[in-house]
Design a protein around this ligand. Structure first.
Ligand code: MG
Length: 169
């Protein structure tokens, strides 16, 4: 760990609730709560984390990698989008060190689903469980989140690669 490059990236995503869809969050299906609107499955945790790891590695963003004008991504599984982003990092010599995300929503509560989400995300990101942190908070009834209109997620990621990989660009 004494040598190598470390970089940090940030990701943000928000999606409106859509009662006609199933809720997918952190790669997990959560019953009893409206789903999220979106061109893909609307998984705002996967989207924010995807942007965080791509940003950390300087490899663009989720919108560039998966344009929502592309019918191929309609109803796409966001866990597979995250997997593809991590493979792009790996091809450039980067590995994910850790991810920390804050989920801001009046519902669902995150805590009961945290372990399932971490178990799902860890192998996709190539980290062990301690490399993923997911924290839920409400917005105390304020604003669009407080009115229960949707969910917002903020994520940061740290990535690393050996110094001798720097020449890969
Ligand atoms: Mg999104």
């Amino acid at each position: 760990m004494s040598t190598g490059a470390f970089r940090t990236g940030i990701g943000y995503d928000s999606h409106r609730f859509d009662a006609a869809r199933k809720l997918r969050l952190g790669g997990v299906t959560i019953p009893g709560v409206p789903g999220l609107a979106g061109h893909s499955d609307g998984d705002a945790i996967c989207h924010a984390v995807t942007d965080a790891i791509l940003g950390a590695a300087g490899l663009g963003d989720i919108g560039g990698m998966f344009p929502d004008t592309d019918p191929a991504h309609k109803n796409a599984d966001s866990l597979e989008m995250l997997r593809a982003a991590r493979e792009r990092l790996a091809a450039a010599g980067w590995r994910v060190v850790n991810v920390d995300a804050a989920i801001v929503a009046e519902r669902p509560r995150i805590a009961p689903h945290r372990e399932a989400m971490i178990r799902t995300l860890a192998p996709v990101l190539g980290v062990d469980r301690s490399g993923i942190s997911l924290k839920g908070t409400t917005n105390e009834g304020m604003g669009w989140i407080g009115r229960g209109e949707g969910i917002a997620v903020m994520a940061v990621a740290t990535v690393s690669r050996p110094v001798d990989a720097n020449s890969r660009g």
